[in-house]
Design a protein around this ligand. Structure first.
Ligand code: SF4
Length: 362
């Protein structure tokens, strides 16, 4: 078996690669797997299979970089996020944080690292305790980690955080239900950045919000990333959301990364047919270009991760599939023409991309 390609160390990629110049990775994920057992029987339950939610994912993220992880529901992106945060235990693989493998650390050993890695959750409604005031919610990290024991100083820090994320510090004693959806997500952001983490994992942080509010939260995250030098792993199911947010984007399908490229390269020259289909669904504001665009509708349902298709998992839905090859020989991630890293035997050509995404390679 060949070694997997380098999935982020730009200096090591072949000529033409557009991944940003080499910076030290702060997070490296190597062959990460999470298989959830399927059991039958009540008293003597026995394992009869496994849902391969994440099945051999590798990438790295440089300090200060924003990596987007994109794919449909059930592709494994949120499970990957929870594995990196160690909210789930991996089945196998490595998660290197500043060179240290944290995949097998105990809860106690992880505690000091939790300060460096924080998460923003998808649903600002359910991720906040409705009975706690905003002040006490944002204070929690200081109390849990014992970093500020003086109550007055803690209140001052919390009010500074509220101001930093665009909340009125005078609303310190209000309850979550007194805030709008966007404001509640700002509360989640303030709690996440309270301890000045190095990494923030944002799991679909705007998908529960109105479109008009989404841009405000994305702008906030971008500003915070710039001001605090944050590294962000941004999970989304929609390529239109991550375009202006991310430096690089990994596209996942059925537990695997199928393409990884700089955001510019991915939008201009997607190489994997699945990425092409996702991009063809992104709305184009210009009506002339929209009319010229050929939407790639994917056939069939997403197969079950408990029983994924053989070889290329996308072959049951791929318009370019060649039976005898795609269903027999699993494509490996490798650098394609233009610099994207994609797992496909028959990657999209510029002509095909131009038909689907007229603003791109045509
Ligand atoms: Fe489609 Fe074959 Fe490429 Fe898989 S390997 S994405 S089935 S062309």
């Amino acid at each position: 078996m060949t070694d997997p390609p380098d999935l982020g160390k730009g200096a090591n990629l072949s000529k033409g690669a557009t991944v940003p110049p080499k910076r030290e990775p702060i997070i490296e994920v190597k062959d990460l797997k999470k298989h959830f057992p399927i059991k039958k029987g009540i008293i003597l339950a026995r394992q009869v299979g496994a849902v391969r939610a994440v099945d051999g994912v590798s990438f790295d993220v440089a300090a200060g970089e924003t990596l987007g992880i994109v794919g449909e529901s059930g592709c494994g992106k949120s499970t990957t996020a929870r594995l990196i945060m160690r909210l789930l235990d991996p089945t196998s693989g490595q998660i290197l944080y500043q060179g240290q493998d944290i995949a097998t650390l105990s809860r106690k050993e992880l505690k000091p690292l939790r300060r460096d890695m924080q998460m923003i959750f998808q649903d600002p409604y359910s991720s906040l305790n409705p009975r706690k005031t905003v002040g006490s919610i944002i204070s929690e990290p200081f109390i849990i980690h014992g970093t500020e024991t003086d109550e007055d100083k803690r209140k001052k820090l919390v009010q500074e955080l509220m101001d930093q994320v665009g909340l009125n510090p005078e609303h310190y004693n209000r309850l979550p239900h007194e805030f709008s959806g966007g404001q509640r997500q700002r509360i989640g952001v303030a709690r996440a950045i309270a301890l000045k983490p190095k990494i923030v994992v944002a799991d679909e942080p705007v998908s529960a919000l109105d479109v008009s509010i989404q841009a405000q939260i994305l702008n906030l995250l971008r500003d915070l990333q710039r001001d605090l030098g944050l590294t962000i792993i941004f999970i989304a199911h929609d390529l239109s959301v991550v375009r202006h947010m991310c430096d690089r984007i990994a596209v996942m399908y059925l537990g695997k990364v199928v393409e990884l490229a700089s955001a510019d390269e991915l939008y201009a020259r997607p190489r994997h047919p699945y990425t092409g289909a996702l991009l063809s669904a992104v709305p184009v504001p210009d009506p002339v270009l929209a009319a010229a665009k050929k939407r790639q509708i994917l056939g069939g349902d997403v197969p079950s991760p408990a029983n994924p298709p053989s070889a290329c998992r996308f072959h049951t839905r791929c318009p370019k599939a060649v039976m005898g090859t795609c269903d027999v020989d699993e494509p490996q991630l490798e650098v394609k023409d233009g610099g994207s890293i994609a797992a496909c035997h028959f990657p999209l050509t510029d002509r095909e991309v131009g038909a689907q995404v007229p603003t791109a390679a045509a």
